[in-house]
Structures are given as structure tokens and as C-alpha cells.
Design a protein around this ligand. Structure first.
Ligand code: NDP
Length: 403
């Protein structure tokens, strides 16, 4: 039985669940569990209506290992897909270890009290997963996820040596709000307001938040946009697995309205994760801000425009210097028509669903804790287009990303 348990019922989960529901030949049964069961029921109702698939739903608090263990024992899935929040990664991994079930997620563990992005706590579980004969696949969304597959694919098919790798993430969508985030606001703002960091010549270099920018001319009628250097988690695993790379950076585009609002919110302390006492009650300003902002899962209907996420590599093949740009373009409204979600949820949920398929079918397998680039990129690249995220490649003659 290829029974799948999906945990979390936000925007990413909606897409991952509905995409899995489109593939009954892979997943015999899907169980969707989260903290607010009514959100699971709403996704299950759409799976029934649109794809005639029955999805069972359940309540679980994924911060509680004993609750997770009880649910996994009852459901007996082959694989757990964690699309809740990064705070739950370790409890869900622990529950998988205790019950002998494979694991997949889309974002690295974060402690709620500390905005620190690193794989160490999850990599530390490698031996336990190995001994148990289980696979844990980390970061199988778009970035991390597809960007890791793209890097592995570039190295396998186009380079003898990769020197410079730039991951470039553009969301040119417009939701019409002065300020909203396209995925969980708390996670998004923690990521964007953290110090920037890039890797060069064997060392990490820190920069002030959003202090380095560059203009990039995006394909697919998106055109010229300013993008900012950020730290992003996939760089940690990619520099580990490709030590030849001299420099790796991550860039993301932001509109002026988003940046201005973020600056003001930061200046008044609303993005802080330090608790403050308000009328006798302790509150965390960022969590309160999340409460005020639009739910990312509600943005789908009103978001128009496209995303373009990809990698730009400079390196050497057969003694010649070469540039390679590999990317996906995704249209917000097309995503909404298909699964009722905007493109940021879609570009994350589709790779999670395909990753679940490759683990379930055994096309990706291994014992231990893995990042996506450690598996063969070809089965993923062969299928991701038909799952909804086609890719394009070019071999630019200019060297704009080398500076
Ligand atoms: P949402 O906030 O929309 O959804 C999160 C879901 O997790 C909600 O249903 C929430 O429940 C549930 N949840 C939170 N805490 C618990 C808990 N203790 N027990 C059970 N369920 C819980 O987030 P997104 O869908 O936008 O993001 C989901 C994940 O995807 C995040 O980890 C995010 O970092 C990651 N992501 C990865 C990307 C990539 O490219 N790799 C890009 C974008 C996101 P409730 O409804 O009750 O709040």
C-alpha cells in the first residue's frame, strides 16, 4: 500500500495534496492532518470535487511527538510529507524514526525563538535514519528543492567544473495589497530581515540585510527587476556537496512597496521575535503581525503575473568557459485555475508531490538524511514539466553574473 500522510494544511499543502490526488496510480491513499482540521476538510472537499479523489483528514498537533506517533501508527503511511512549518521538522522526523516511516520536507528546521537557518539539527539525525533503513529528504520545494536539482543537473550534463553559482528568484506577481507575503508571513519575514550571507573562496561573508542589489533582465516578458542578496538555506548543502564552487549567492526580487513597508515595520519593532509585555500579556510582535496580514493561502484569486526562479552557472566544459541559465516560469492565475493557489505555493507544493512520488516509486532511495542534489536529477527533470513546472535552459554569451 502506498499510503501517504501529509502534515500541515496551508497554501503549500493545498498544492502538494491536490497534486498527489491527481496521481492515484502512485498514491493509493492520502491522509491530510493538521492543527486546524477544517482546513484539511476544505482541501479534501476540493480533491473530491475537482479530481474525484477521496482524502481522509485528521487533527494533529505536530509539536507533540506522542500525538504524531499515535497518528502514524494508526494511519501506517509509507511516507510522511511535512508541509507544516519549519518549527515542526524535528518532532515529525522523530516520530518517523519511532514508527519506521520515510520523511520529506520543504524547509530546514528553525527554532521559534531564533531566526537561524541551518541544516545541522536535521543532518545530525543521519545515522539514526541510516540505521533504521529510512530516507529523510530535506528541502524538496522550489528553493530549496528544484534549485538543488537544477544545480545537480547542470553539473551532470553541462559542466566539468562549476565556478560561480547564482540562484535567482523573482516573483513578479501582484496581489493588489500594499503589503502581504506569499508564504507564511512569520517565516518569510524572518528570512528576509536576516543578515545576507554568501559563500566565496571557502568562506561565508555576511552583509547587512538587503544591502546588496543587482538588476537582472528576466525572461518570459517579466523584464528588468532589482534583486537583493539574501542568505538562503540551499546554499549550505550545495557548497557542501559541490566544494569546487568558488562563489555561491542567492538573489530575490522585491517591489518597492514591500521594502518600504518592511523597513517601517522593522523600525517600529513589529518584526521582532523577542517577546514584549502588552497589558499584562506576553506577545511576540512578529506573530501578532502575522495575525494582521492576509493569509497567503487567500492570495491566489487576486494575484496576477509570473514567477521566474532558476540558477545561473559559470564554469568550464571541455576546457571552455561557459554560462548556463536554467529556469522555470510559472503563472499565478494558471496555478489558481488548476488548484486554487498562487504560484509561490504551487512552485513549492508541486516539487514536494513529485519528490514524494520518486521516493514512493523507489526512483530516489537511500538510507539516511539527504538533500535533493544527492539524488539523480534526471528522473525529476524528466517529469517535473508534466507535473506543472516546465523548465527552460539557455547558454548566455554575456558574463553579467560573474561580477
Ligand atoms: P502556511 O502558514 O500557509 O501553512 C502552514 C500549515 O501548517 C498550517 O495549516 C498550520 O496550521 C500548520 N501547522 C502549523 N503549526 C502546526 C502544528 N504545530 N501542528 C500541525 N500543523 C501545524 O504555510 P505555507 O503553506 O506557506 O508553507 C508551508 C511550508 O513550506 C513552510 O515550512 C515554508 O517554510 C515552506 N516553504 C518552502 C518553500 C520552498 O521553496 N522550499 C517556499 C515557500 C514555503 P494552522 O492552519 O492551524 O495555522
Amino acid at each position: 500500500m502506498n499510503r501517504l500522510l501529509i502534515i500541515g494544511a496551508g497554501g503549500v499543502s493545498r498544492v502538494a495534496t491536490l497534486k498527489c490526488a491527481q496521481h492515484p496510480e502512485v498514491f493509493d491513499e492520502i491522509i491530510l492532518a493538521s492543527r486546524t482540521k477544517s482546513k484539511c476538510d476544505a482541501i479534501a472537499a476540493d480533491a473530491k470535487k475537482w479530481f474525484s479523489q477521496t482524502i481522509q483528514t485528521a487533527y494533529v498537533d505536530a509539536d507533540q511527538v506522542d500525538e504524531l506517533v499515535a497518528l502514524i501508527k494508526k494511519v501506517q503511511p509509507h511516507l510522511v510529507v511535512n508541509v507544516a512549518l519549519p518549527y515542526q521538522d524535528l518532532t515529525i522526523m522523530e516520530a518517523c524514526l519511532q514508527t519506521g516511516v520515510h520523511y520529506l520536507d520543504t524547509a530546514n528546521y528553525e527554532h521559534p525563538d531564533e531566526a537561524r537557518f541551518c541544516y545541522a539539527p536535521q543532518w545530525a539525525l543521519h545515522e539514526r535514519f541510516q540505521k533504521a533503513g529510512l530516507t529523510a529528504l530535506l528541502g524538496c520545494g522550489f528553493d530549496p528543492g528544484v534549485t538543488n536539482v537544477y544545480t545537480a543537473y547542470a553539473r551532470k550534463h553541462h559542466f566539468d567544473r562549476m565556478d560561480y553559482v547564482d540562484i535567482i528568484d523573482c516573483n513578479a506577481g501582484d496581489h493588489g495589497y500594499p503589503f502581504a507575503t506569499n508564504f507564511n508571513p512569520e517565516i518569510n519575514i524572518r528570512e528576509v530581515s536576516a543578515k545576507g550571507r554568501y559563500y566565496e573562496a571557502g568562506h561565508w561573508h555576511e552583509t547587512a540585510p538587503l544591502s546588496i542589489k543587482k538588476v537582472f533582465d528576466f525572461p518570459g516578458e517579466i523584464g528588468s527587476k532589482e534583486m537583493y542578496l539574501l542568505y538562503h538555506e540551499e546554499m549550505e548543502s550545495l557548497v557542501k556537496h559541490y566544494p569546487e564552487v568558488q562563489r555561491m549567492r542567492f538573489w530575490m526580487t522585491f517591489g518597492q512597496s514591500y521594502l518600504t513597508h518592511l523597513k517601517v515595520l522593522e523600525n517600529v519593532g513589529m518584526t521582532s521575535i523577542e517577546p514584549v509585555l502588552y497589558e499584562g500579556q506576553e506577545i511576540i510582535p512578529l506573530q501578532f503581525l502575522k495575525h494582521l496580514l492576509p493569509d497567503p493561502a487567500s492570495l491566489g484569486a487576486r494575484t496576477v503575473g509570473k514567477t521566474c526562479i532558476g540558477i545561473w552557472v559559470n564554469g568550464e566544459k571541455n576546457g571552455d568557459e561557459k554560462n548556463y541559465y536554467l529556469y522555470n516560469i510559472c503563472d499565478h492565475q494558471a496555478c489558481f485555475q488548476e488548484v486554487g493557489a498562487q504560484a509561490v505555493s504551487y512552485t513549492t507544493g508541486v516539487p514536494a508531490a513529485l519528490g514524494a512520488k520518486l521516493l514512493t516509486s523507489g526512483q530516489w532511495s537511500g538510507q539516511g538524511v539527504f538533500n535533493v542534489e544527492q539524488f539523480d536529477p534526471d528522473p525529476f527533470m524528466n517529469e517535473i514539466g508534466s507535473w506543472g513546472l516546465p523548465w527552460q535552459e539557455t547558454f548566455p554569451q554575456n558574463f553579467i553574473m560573474k561580477d
